[in-house]
Design a protein around this ligand. Sequence first.
Ligand SMILES: [Zn+2]
Length: 160
Amino acid sequence: MSSKEIDTKNEIANSFVLEINAAAQEVIIADGERSFPDECCGFFFGKEGEERRIITHALEVVNNKEGDKRRRFEIHPSDYMKAEKFSLVNELDFLGVYHSHPNHPAIPSEHDRIVALPFFSYIIISVYEGKLADFRSYRLNEERQFEEEEVVLENKSKTI
Ligand SMILES: [Zn+2]
């Protein structure tokens, strides 16, 4: 059992579950490791269930932040429009945004919370020295505070 599985069981009481298939998982992790020491960012898609989201597709997006990209990411509005189109064409639900925290824990910053949209899941991966260290996800509750979701990765060998 990985440390991640222990963590999620201990810390997350009820809330939501985010199931991520191997292909989407690979896109997100590879983007985070390749973009190091900058923050990477992108979108993910799948199917919305009752209390479970199944993520089947992830798309990398250019970090549009001007200047230092090691502590911030920005996504251009036109990329959000492309994501909407992608979800329509492929009959998928547009379910959230991922980004990385280079050499920092996978905990949302206050800035992450302020710019977050309701409904979306926010995956944050922690990448230390170019290697994945943690993979977590959060969703805003009605008080606009982040609640951690339980992450279930299909490919358990390619985690931490
Ligand atoms: Zn962040």
